[in-house]
Design a protein around this ligand. Structure first.
Ligand SMILES: Nc1ncnc2c1ncn2[C@@H]1O[C@H](COP(=O)(O)OP(=O)(O)OP(=O)(O)O)[C@@H](O)[C@H]1O
Ligand SMILES: [Mg+2]
Length: 175
């Protein structure tokens, strides 16, 4: 039986993580988790006030995400998780003890992200956080497992590109 695959779809708010991760999970029939849904309530309140989170706020959240990945792996189920994972240290925390985790970094031009976030409704992440997110972002380093996908154009084409880069194009046996 193949090892379950664990993909963390990362990137700044509004880059297109949820859109791509949902597409991956539907196409591959993998488990899906919105990482933001596992934030402690205090973090959600802070973000809705437009306040950036501190690292102290983030560690328990990242550990909850890691716990979710561990449960999927124990169940033998491949899975896709969204998590901004902007800093190398956050990604290292997610990978710690989980050698199968790979990242899919979603990138898009800043103007496009701003337009997307401003026109989005029913979402607690205000566009005012974008500059600090971009300043915080540390792109994937060569020794980190993962790929980078540009989320410009038709979301279905972005999904196909991500699948190809991840080596998961249609036809691949999925767990
Ligand atoms: N390829 C694309 N082309 C055009 N619009 C897109 C594309 N991908 C996503 N969007 C739109 O951009 C907005 C942000 O996308 P999405 O919610 O997937 O981003 P996100 O990275 O999950 O953001 P957050 O971190 O705030 O949850 C949504 O309204 C989505 O429909
Ligand atoms: Mg999202």
């Amino acid at each position: 039986m193949p090892e379950p695959q664990l993909i963390v779809v990362m990137g700044v708010s509004g880059s297109g993580k949820t859109t791509l991760a949902e597409g991956l999970s539907q196409r591959l029939h993998w488990a899906f988790q919105e990482g933001d849904s596992l934030h402690p309530a205090a973090n959600v309140e802070k973000m809705s006030r437009g306040e950036p989170l501190t690292d102290e706020d983030r560690w328990p959240w990242l550990d909850a995400l890691g716990g979710w990945l561990d449960e999927r792996a124990r169940a033998g189920t491949s899975a896709v998780l969204t998590c901004s994972a902007l800093r190398r240290s956050y990604r290292d925390r997610l990978r710690d003890g989980r050698p199968g985790v790979r990242f899919c970094h979603v990138v898009a031009p800043a103007d496009a992200i701003r337009d997307r976030v401003e026109s989005r409704r029913g979402h607690y992440m205000p566009a005012s956080l974008l500059p600090s997110q971009l300043a915080t972002l540390e792109s994937l380093e060569p020794d980190e497992p993962g790929v980078t996908v540009c989320a410009e154009g038709d979301p279905e084409a972005v999904l196909d590109d991500a699948l190809r880069r991840l080596g998961l194009s249609s036809g691949e046996v999925s767990v």
